[in-house]
Ligand binder design. Structure first.
Ligand code: NAX
Length: 324
């Protein structure tokens, strides 16, 4: 049985994710599931309501729903974990304060994973700042494989894919191998230099390459903020869809010649990025279920400079949480 932990279980991404998970959209229709949902004590009544709705769906695969606010209990036996729960940035709060407040959460959860989860658990961190939260979690789980911790940039990748397809009046299925480099933040770098459109290099389709370095990049970087402005709330359904598919990418062998973007532990990376960050790279999953970074993609000077800025931002985030 798969034991799936979702933290922030009463939040809006969880509300868009849990019913797909319970329906078998991640592991298929033959795999029984346990959902183990973590919340802060104040949100447990709301989480109880979510649990009641899950029960009312009578999902045949769903064997058990456990809810609670003690990570040690909820992470017990976890085979897969979606770490969605995090504090939002409050009015007037500095980014460094947000990093520290959320850092404490991911220290506790890293420790609980280390003590209680299955030794092969796969952990996807979505709660922001997700790269650095993921770094904190893996550092606090020394008995687990740091290569089994991931930070989600799958939504950024889909946002980029849609923008490129729209620009060309094509379907998103015609666009592949877009890469997101760096931090899931406004410094993220969407890169189409190795992408293809209908199997041909994407760059050949652009008569005006300035779009790729200007409007395209800023649209993808600012898409989350644009959604908050339009909807009054941050992305939830698209984030949940991406989280489900990000976990699917992690556990499913990648098709030949393809890759996906994911924040992974940078130790041993083939691009000369600081060795102690969680950084988004192009990744593949092999038939044994292990994830590795796709090597050898060339960077031009423009890309080098942009990627450096994102790396520096992650180094500053790491510096800010050092006191923890
Ligand atoms: P919500 O505020 O709706 O839900 C978050 C939930 O987490 C709340 O119910 C809260 O009580 C809970 N929580 C807080 N501290 C907790 C703790 N210590 N243990 C367990 N639960 C805890 O936010 P939602 O819209 O669901 O977003 C969740 C996170 O995803 C946020 O940090 C958000 O910034 C981040 N996002 C990340 C994205 C990505 O691509 N990586 C995109 C979407 C989203 O913005």
């Amino acid at each position: 049985m798969k034991k799936i932990v979702v933290t922030g279980g009463a939040g809006q991404i969880a509300y868009n994710l849990l019913f797909s998970l319970a329906n078998g959209d991640l592991f298929g229709s033959n795999e029984p599931l346990s959902l183990q949902l973590l919340e802060i004590p104040e949100a447990l009544p709301a989480l109880e309501g979510v649990k009641m709705e899950l029960e009312d769906c009578a999902f045949p695969l769903l064997q058990e729903i456990r809810i609670g606010s003690d990570p040690e209990k909820i992470f017990e036996g976890a085979t897969h974990a979606f770490l969605l729960g995090a504090k939002p940035r409050g009015p007037g709060m500095e980014r460094s304060d947000l990093l520290k407040e959320n850092g404490v959460i991911f220290i506790d959860q890293g420790k609980a994973l280390n003590r209680k989860a299955d030794k092969n658990v796969k952990v996807l961190v979505v709660g922001n700042p997700c790269n650095t939260n993921c770094l904190i979690a893996l550092k606090n789980a020394p008995d687990l494989n740091p290569r089994h911790f991931f930070a989600m940039t799958a939504l950024d990748e889909r946002r980029a894919q849609h923008q490129v397809a729209k620009k060309h009046g094509m379907g998103v299925k015609d666009v592949s191998k877009i890469t997101i480099w760096g931090n899931h933040s406004s410094t993220l770098v969407p890169d189409v230099s190795h992408a293809t459109i209908l199997g041909r290099p994407a760059k050949d389709h652009f008569s005006d390459p300035s779009w790729l370095r200007g409007e395209f990049v800023s649209t993808v970087q600012q898409r989350g903020a644009a959604i908050i402005k339009a909807r009054g709330k941050s992305s939830a359904a698209s984030a949940a869809h991406s989280a489900l598919n990000a976990m699917k990418s992690i556990i499913t062998p990648t098709l030949a010649g393809q890759w996906y973007s994911m924040g992974v532990y940078s130790k041993g990376n083939p691009y000369g990025i600081d060795q102690d960050l969680v950084f988004s790279f192009p990744c593949r999953t092999d038939v044994g279920g292990e994830v590795s970074i796709v090597p050898g993609l060339a960077w031009d000077d423009w890309l080098k400079e942009k990627i450096k800025l994102s790396e520096q931002e992650l180094q500053q985030e790491r510096e800010a949480i050092k006191p923890l």
